[in-house]
Design a protein around this ligand. Sequence first.
Ligand code: ZN
Length: 371
Amino acid sequence: MVNEERLVKLFIQLVEKDSVSGREENVSDFLKQYFNQCGLQVEEDNAGEILQGTSGNLLVRIAGTADKPPLLFAAHMDTVQPGKGIKAVVGEDRIIRSQGDTILGSDDKSAIAAILEAVAIIQERQLPHPPLEFLFTVSEEQGLMGAKLFDFGRLQSKIAYVLDDSNDPGTIVIESPCQNEIEYIVLGRAAHAGMHPEEGINAIHLAAMALAKMPCGRIDEETTCNFGIIEGGLARNIVAPECHIRGEARSRSREKLDSITNSLKDTFITEIEKLGGKAEVKIDFLYPEIALQPEEEVVQRALRAACKLGLKPTLAATGGGSDASVINGAGIRCANLGVGMRNVHTTDEYISIDDLVMDVRLILAIIEESA
Ligand SMILES: [Zn+2]
């Protein structure tokens, strides 16, 4: 049923349109044109203006042929760097790669190509389907910025699938962590390091003393924390007046995230103040957790669809966020599906044509299960 030649062509057209985060207009324009040719309206929101980017999030709706609950599919339009001037190379092994100097962009254009091909097939074959909503986000790679700005009140779907996991088609991500970004600031006092060290308060030293009292790494099987960047000081011979540390905490449990974050913050402030400095801790909640139950409909429907296609479905947990995190946070039950993209965010990124075809079949099978 899938027109492989058309699908591969679509995929190559998409990856060869530059769309690094914030500069998605080429892909966005392509999608508007594509859907308009299908007789469908594309609604663009103002996320582009807010992010000072070149495109907003796009929403496309297709009226249902049956009076069934609506269904949402989502994918992101942006890519990481190096993502300019991508040329796709189709190997004799039916694998599509870049020329080696850029990423490929199958993250997440494999998903977009699969959605476009699925829409074409639905229209050509006049397949029965529930009302469908398709969301194409911007700046996903910048911390899910586009999805966070989207007004989910505009959607009718209560069940959704994001196509943005790098495992095999048939993988259904039902658990992922929530995350806090945590910035720790120490304010000390500058002084000449050789002549008047006792007049200074060394922020770097204080930070080190405090960090030594704090946990780092794995806290338990579903909770981690990290210090990723440390910066401070002005010169070798000046008692460092400031030190900044940027870190994070993640957990699949919101309670545990709150608990580890509070404990990190309290320990840091207490230790720094004990040593005579001033401390500040800034916490930014990045995205909520995904915690789907295997027996709930969003998971069961994807399982039935995958089994129908002869796949061996796997329920998975991941350690990172995706647009699915934001969609779940908006009260829509949303699983992230494996699409078969490999080595993403590297110049060795690739995807097989067979997986691309399977992605289309999976979307169609989920729609069939929903009709
Ligand atoms: Zn992605």
